[in-house]
Each structure stands twice: as structure tokens, then as C-alpha cells.
Design a protein around this ligand. Structure first.
Ligand code: SF4
Length: 251
């Protein structure tokens, strides 16, 4: 259970004016147990005015040592994926759900996510991206407020609080399952399309919106053919983690 006294002061956080101020606010944060085992707090990197924000899970071993997200093998793949759509990491912003490494790369725990994500929420507010790409299960579940897994959600476009959200496999997944590498490149191609549509001001179609409460989430899908609008109930009837690609490939 989260210790409320350790939660960041929301009012003070909301008054922070830029990322440097937010970084100073977080400081040598010791609000959760991960402070005991981390080497370096990993705030995030990139263009503070980026249109595209990537959200990963948490720092790994290399990131913990260097203080920068995505610097190991998964980071090199992320750079390659960005290059495939004509982008460099300096043109986007990269952050994580957790700012400190869970020991042994274990999964983030619920109270750690609850304590740390107010910082991420402020990063989103300050960067104000057009599009958020969530990398892997933890980032996707946090941003979409769902328990559904990434295999089920990737390949779709959502909208949260007026921002387009594109769930994508974590690049590390392709290091262990090479078959996911092609899926990742396909999803980055889709991401480039979403970016283009967002810059053109093209509305997300059809009409569903993901509410802040997250309970009544509906798929928001910009389907050029005017297709799939499905209810949450239909999602439940949908295939789960092992859903075949043709049920997810909605672009
Ligand atoms: S993970 Fe977040 S809340 Fe926990 S110590 Fe690090 S910065 Fe603070």
C-alpha cells in the first residue's frame, strides 16, 4: 500500500514551469524503496518541446549507470526504429513510468508506480506532445488505464485527454523474440502516419474518447475506410494476449 505521506505534493508539482524545474523538484527523490538500490535517477531526455513522447517502463542496468533512458541494446534498437521514420532521439522525448531501476530488472510494483507517476504526468503536461507512444505493458497500462496487455493493444490508436496514444511493444521484447522486430518496424511506420495526421490537425475518428476514469474506454481508431468502432464489451470478447495479427492490424 502506498504511503500517502510519500506522495509528491500535487499542488506544488502543478506549479512547476518547465522540465528543469521539475527535475530540481524531484531532486534526490527517496519517496519509494527504489531509491535504496538505484545508482542514478533517470529523469528523461530529448526535446522538451517534442511532438512525440515515448514512455518506457523503467531504467535498466545501463540506464541506471548512465542516467539516460534507452542506452543499452534496446536503446540501440529504438534509435534504429526512430531512424526508420526519419527521426533522431534528439527530436523526440523519452521518459519512463519509473525514474529509478527496480533491482534485478523486476517488474515495477503498484505502489512504486503510484508514487512516481505524478512526475511523468507533469512531464506530459510540460512537454505537451501531440502523440504519446507507450512502449510495453507497464507504460501502456498506465496511460490507457487498462489491464489489457500490449499484444492486444498494439496496432491501435487511442486518444487520452486530447492526445493520440499509440501502444507499441517495448524494443527489449524484440531482443528476446526476434519475430517482434518486424512488428516493431511496422508499428513505427504507423506511428509516423499518426504523427503526420496529428500535425495536419486531422481529427481522431470516429468519436470515442478514453475518459480520465479509464473505465469506459473505447477504441479510438482512425480508420481511413471508416471502419472499426467497437465497444468495451466487444473488446472483452476480443482475443487476448495471443490474438492473431489480423485482429489487431487496424490501420
Ligand atoms: S522511482 Fe520515482 S518515486 Fe521512487 S525514488 Fe525514484 S523518482 Fe522517487
Amino acid at each position: 500500500m502506498t504511503d500517502a505521506s510519500r506522495m509528491p505534493d500535487r499542488a506544488r508539482l502543478g506549479a512547476v514551469a518547465d522540465l528543469d524545474e521539475l527535475c530540481a523538484f524531484i531532486g534526490d527523490c527517496r519517496r519509494c524503496r527504489l531509491a535504496e538500490t538505484r545508482t542514478t535517477l533517470v529523469f528523461g531526455v530529448g526535446d522538451p518541446g517534442a511532438d512525440l513522447l515515448f514512455i518506457g517502463e523503467a531504467p535498466g542496468k545501463n540506464e541506471d549507470l548512465k542516467g539516460e533512458p534507452f542506452v543499452g541494446a534496446a536503446g540501440r534498437l529504438l534509435d534504429e526504429l526512430l531512424g526508420s521514420i526519419g527521426l533522431h532521439r534528439s527530436e523526440v522525448y523519452i521518459a519512463n513510468v519509473l525514474k529509478c531501476r527496480p533491482p534485478g530488472n523486476r517488474d515495477p510494483q503498484a505502489d512504486e508506480i503510484e508514487t512516481c507517476t505524478p512526475f511523468l504526468a507533469e512531464q506530459v503536461r510540460l512537454i505537451d506532445p501531440l502523440v504519446i507512444a507507450t512502449l510495453g505493458n507497464f507504460a501502456t497500462r498506465y496511460v490507457l488505464g487498462t489491464d489489457a496487455g500490449i499484444t492486444r493493444l498494439r496496432g491501435r490508436l487511442f486518444e487520452v485527454d486530447g492526445r493520440r496514444v499509440v501502444p507499441i511493444y517495448h524494443p527489449a521484447a524484440a531482443l528476446y523474440s526476434p519475430d517482434k522486430r518486424g512488428v516493431l518496424f511496422d508499428d513505427f511506420r504507423r506511428l509516423a502516419t499518426v504523427m503526420q495526421w496529428a500535425r495536419e490537425g486531422r481529427p481522431v475518428a470516429p468519436t470515442a474518447r478514453l475518459s480520465a476514469g479509464h473505465e469506459d474506454w473505447l477504441e479510438v481508431f482512425a480508420d481511413p475506410s471508416g471502419g472499426a468502432e467497437r465497444s468495451a464489451g466487444e473488446h472483452e470478447a476480443d482475443a487476448g494476449e495471443g490474438a492473431p495479427a489480423d485482429q489487431q492490424k487496424l490501420f
